[in-house]
Design a protein around this ligand. Structure first.
Ligand code: F6P
Length: 361
């Protein structure tokens, strides 16, 4: 018999987190009469025992809000937790502390909402015997266990809107405009926004680019009377003879590499090879913030309700997932550790190429 569940949001924030929280809290309280504890700032709250008891009222008015009312962190790994004492920093496995805290509150199951890092720890807690249900979150859409993560479609919408706006300056000033988008090692945001926004080149990690091919596209367009070009570059895009561009290293993060800067590199090369004025816009965290679009609000709500339903059925150690049109669940053991990247020969790349979009290959 379930009486009390906990919920936590981990990793980078993402449109739709609050919608999931709302669905979990409302379904747990209104449909089943359970209590819900919300742990603050990702795994940090579970380690430090920082939580709030959530009532239905607490999740009122948050469906359309970006961010997460619980706070989040992409730095706190409970299995390698940063502790600062007397100015000295050490890393400790705090997983037993997390389990003690959960047991102390008599929490029957934790809903852990996050991307690959958060869900990998969720799997490890499941291995230690904890009842957990994962919910897949990331604007990058790079989790292999689900067709879509919530937040992705909103990020694509934001990036498409940016491409639409960049067209104005590109056309008026006869420039090459580059939009650098997020996505880490997957090119999904670049690919989908690039197609939706009518980009002339889409550069993604899965298809290393040759800058000469990109320049050929720009020059072909000029010969055809188009004196501007729009390029969407995923932050993880890399040249055939190069590597990803790293903007910073966050040492205490489970995934310390932060990508960024490829747009400027490409712009410099294009200006050098063509003499055409080339400018860069880095979309950055604008892709993570703001109102989730209706698709993401609905997907988040479906995931949140499903998480509670699976708990009610006693199904633990799973991640809720979208397969086709259906919400289902897959074991956490199968859900983590494998990135879902863009298939270079997949349908979306093919249709873009049919329309003359360059991938620099
Ligand atoms: O995973 C989401 C994401 O926004 C990536 O697209 C990006 O590479 C990374 O997080 C940025 O992280 P931070 O907010 O720590 O800079």
């Amino acid at each position: 018999m379930i009486k009390r569940i906990g919920v936590m949001t981990g990793g980078g924030d993402c449109p739709g987190l609050n919608a999931v929280l709302r669905a979990v809290v409302r379904t747990a309280i209104l449909k089943y009469g359970w209590e819900v504890y919300g742990f603050k700032d990702g795994y940090r709250g579970l380690v430090m025992n920082e939580y709030v008891k959530l009532k239905s009222n607490d999740v009122s008015g948050i469906l359309d809000k970006g961010g997460t009312i619980l706070g989040s962190s992409n730095r706190d790994n409970p299995f390698n937790f940063r502790i600062e004492r007397d100015g000295k920093v050490e890393y400790k496995d705090m997983s037993e502390r997390v389990i003690d805290n959960i047991n102390m509150h008599k929490i029957d199951c934790m809903v852990l909402i996050g991307g690959d890092g958060t869900l990998t720890s969720a799997r490890d807690f499941a291995r230690m015997g904890l009842n957990v249900v994962g919910v897949p979150k990331t604007i990058d859409n790079d989790l292999s266990g689900t067709d879509l993560t919530f937040g992705f479609m909103t990020a694509v919408e934001t990036a498409t809107d940016a491409i639409d706006k960049l067209h104005s300056t590109a056309e008026s000033h006869h420039r090459v405009m580059i939009l650098e988008v997020m996505g880490r090692y997957a090119g999904w945001i670049a690919l989908q926004s690039g197609i939706a926004g009518g980009a002339d080149a889409i550069l993604i990690p899965e298809i290393p680019y040759d800058i000469k091919k990109v320049v050929e596209m720009i020059q072909r367009r000029r010969r055809e009377g188009k004196h501007f070009s729009i390029i969407v570059a995923a932050e993880g895009a890399k040249a055939v003879d190069g590597d990803v561009v790293v903007s910073k290293v966050v040492h205490d993060s489970p995934d310390p590499i932060r990508l960024g800067g490829v747009g400027n590199q490409i712009a410099e090369q294009i200006e050098k090879l063509t003499g055409i004025e080339t400018r860069v816009a880095v979309l950055g965290h604008l892709q993570r913030g703001g109102r989730p679009n209706p698709f993401d609000r609905i997907l988040s709500t479906r995931f949140g309700v499903a998480a509670v339903e699976y708990i009610n059925e006693g199904k633990f150690g799973i991640m809720v997932s979208l397969k086709g049109d259906e919400i289902t669940a897959i074991p956490l053991e199968e859900a983590v550790g494998k990135l879902k990247t863009v298939p270079p020969e997949g349908e979306l790349v093919k249709i873009a190429k049919s329309l003359g979009v360059s991938f620099g290959d």
